[in-house]
Design a protein around this ligand. Structure first.
Ligand SMILES: [Zn+2]
Length: 416
């Protein structure tokens, strides 16, 4: 049994922080949240003094690419280094991501099921993983690996990452089934280009027609998988919402048509803006990427404000990978810059993110019975959200009650 004593508690529900809270952890779950004097735990429990520290739920990133490390073509095609080196690089990123307080990651494409298995078996250390395997898109979509020259990818596909390229309507359902067979917890698809996609396939250029997207959503739901859809704007954004995807990833031009946000609110479609990646793209050396990112910036900020006003849930995702693996909490800082309160940003990275992942019964808030995925920080994230992005402030991370990184020494049998 573990006890976090004298903590300032931000429980992830949006409730005001509680001072001098005691969190009792039994095995992998939270047994009680109480005050010190009322806490009931055995004398040999491991008591961790959290005086002066804040405890929050382990953070969740709803859009990450853990196995991607750069945007250049050689890396995208997997020919810049041996596969084994890349896998070890990915394993290192998984460990670092957990150590900075991220206890759950929804991968938006590129991470194969072997990493999840390796973490489950204790071969390596990392967050809880939700996988989407490969991005599903039509010929010419963002999942179709093409060079700007028009050349196709020259290396054989990885059997653990089946191709997500759909050629005709008849391919849609088999491709979805192949993703699930390869271990997908979510189906990731794309109905538009993006900032970093090839010239000619940008944020307002569509991919997939409505028939194809309806088949995709129907098949994914029949297999109990939610659909996370990369859609920035224009017709492709329209089609994604009309088809009934479960989350809109990026959604940069959601400010343009009020029907979009109203429909999302009515259908419970979540918005994952991924602001952090566009900070990177706004400085891209590639002119077409830079221009797209600069053009969408103002729209994106307005889209978030309108989404909150319309009652659409806005959750945190970094789109990390191509732009490296910066501290994922940088996204929470971006959300505050975009107009969310620090408490809303924390919810966007905890309870709301857990709902987006369909894991709200297990994680995302600090409540009795939930998994003890907890983050202990020095400092006050409500006063300064950026502090969550400074690894030095991360004092302790618990995943399922197990300490991951510990700078606070446990104190046995503390006297109250
Ligand atoms: Zn992405």
């Amino acid at each position: 049994m573990k006890v976090l004593a004298h903590a300032r508690l931000i429980d992830g529900t949006g409730a005001a922080p509680r001072n001098d809270a005691t969190i009792v952890i039994d095995g992998e779950r939270i047994a009680a949240i109480t005050t010190q004097s009322q806490a009931d735990f055995p004398a040999d429990a491991e008591v961790i003094d959290c005086a002066g520290l804040t405890v929050l739920p382990g953070l969740i990133d709803c859009h990450d690419h853990m196995a991607n490390h750069r945007y250049d073509l050689a890396h995208r095609w997997g020919i810049d280094e041996p596969e084994s080196t890349r896998h070890l690089r990915t394993a290192s990123v998984l460990r670092q991501t957990l150590e900075v307080g991220y206890t759950m990651i929804r991968d938006a494409g590129g991470l194969d099921a072997g990493f999840k298995r390796a973490i489950d078996e204790g071969l390596t250390v990392g967050p809880r993983l939700l996988l989407s395997i490969s991005i599903v898109s039509p010929i010419g979509g963002i999942g179709d690996r093409m060079a700007p020259s028009g050349d196709c990818c020259c290396v054989p596909g990885d059997p653990l990452l089946p191709s997500g390229v759909v050629e005709t309507l008849a391919d849609v359902r088999p491709v979805v089934r192949r993703m699930v067979r390869a271990g997908a917890d979510f189906i990731k698809c794309a109905t538009t280009g993006g900032a970093s996609s090839r010239p000619g396939h940008g944020p307002l250029d569509s991919a997939f027609n409505l028939d194809e997207m309806q088949a995709l959503v129907e098949e994914a739901h029949a297999l109990d998988r939610r659909v996370m859809c990369h859609a920035l704007g224009g017709r492709g954004l329209d089609i994604a919402i009309e088809a009934g995807v479960d989350s809109i990833e990026h959604g940069c031009y959601l400010d343009e048509d009020p029907r979009h946000l109203d429909l999302m609110a009515a259908r419970g479609i979540v918005f994952v803006p991924t602001l952090l990646v566009y900070e990177f793209h706004r400085k891209s050396p590639q002119p077409h990427v830079r221009e797209r990112a600069q053009d969408l910036f103002e729209h994106h900020i307005v889209a978030i404000k309108k989404a909150l006003a319309a009652g659409v849930k806005v959750v945190a995702g970094t789109d990390a990978g191509g732009h490296g693996h910066p501290a994922n909490a940088g996204e929470l800082r971006c959300l505050v810059d975009a107009g969310m309160t620090p408490m809303q940003a924390i919810q966007a990275g905890t309870s709301w993110a857990a709902e987006c992942c369909g894991k709200e019964a297990e994680v995302g808030t600090i409540e009795k019975g939930k998994l003890a995925d907890l983050l202990v920080v020095g400092g006050d994230p409500l006063a300064n959200i950026s502090m969550l992005g400074e690894p030095a402030n991360i004092r302790l991370v618990l995943k399922g009650g197990e300490a991951v990184a510990r700078a606070v020494p446990p104190r046995q049998n503390i006297v109250f």
